[in-house]
Design a protein around this ligand. Structure first.
Ligand SMILES: [Zn+2]
Length: 209
């Protein structure tokens, strides 16, 4: 098992190798960032966008959360972490592309499908339940079609990408820029079992990259 002391060993390796190799780049990055892509991915430890897309520091602006979800544009008392990150990436950094990446074996999707945290108190599963209830409409539609087996899981994992993309477009700053041709939204799905990335086309269908 990896613990914090292993992470510190990793940090020392990083300082001695990769950091030195990219010293010029780090000097440049200390002046500011200008990533060209925002990636919205799951927090799952197996699907690190920087690793899957083999990127260098400064290249991707990443938000990760349970099941790679973007909530719809909404006001109200909560702390809107995804909305703040989105606002920063789109209106301040002016990223020209946003990629929403779902993945296989997603615990968040499993929770949405099974509703295993429904009725739990916040801190005991309730936050997860309320987060993934964003998928309820998709979940009910998929369960009606496929039941609750493997097929439904895969279908809902792919649907998280479409739901997040639809919700992205409820933020006025997104469709504005799409219409102006300065922002493009992409969908992707990383199948952990095969190690294969699937890319979504304009019709919403996924195919291996
Ligand atoms: Zn996940």
């Amino acid at each position: 098992m990896t613990d914090f002391s292993d992470l510190l060993s990793g940090y020392r390796r990083f300082r001695q190798t990769e950091y030195r190799r990219q010293r010029d780049r780090w000097d440049e990055l200390s002046e500011g960032q200008a990533p060209k892509v925002m990636v919205i991915a799951c927090s799952d430890s197996r699907v690190d966008p920087a690793q899957i897309f083999d990127t260098s520091p400064g290249e991707i602006f990443v938000v990760r959360n349970i099941a790679n979800l973007v909530p719809p544009f909404e006001l109200g008392g909560g702390r809107h972490g995804v909305s703040a990150a989105l606002e920063f990436a789109v209106t301040q950094l002016e990223v020209p592309e946003i990629v929403v990446m779902g993945h296989g074996a997603c615990g968040g999707v499993h929770a949405a499908l099974t509703r295993r945290f429904e009725g739990k108190a916040p801190g005991a599963g309730g936050f997860i339940a309320h987060w993934v209830d964003m998928l309820d409409e998709a979940r009910d539609r998929i369960v009606a079609q496929y039941g609750e087996g493997e097929e439904a899981i895969r279908a809902l994992e792919l649907e998280t990408v479409r739901v997040s993309i639809a919700n992205l477009r409820t933020f006025p700053c997104i469709p504005e820029r799409e219409a102006a041709g300065t922002l493009r939204i992409q969908g992707a799905y990383f199948a952990i079992a095969e190690g294969v990335l699937h890319v979504m086309d304009d019709s919403g269908a996924f195919a291996p990259a």
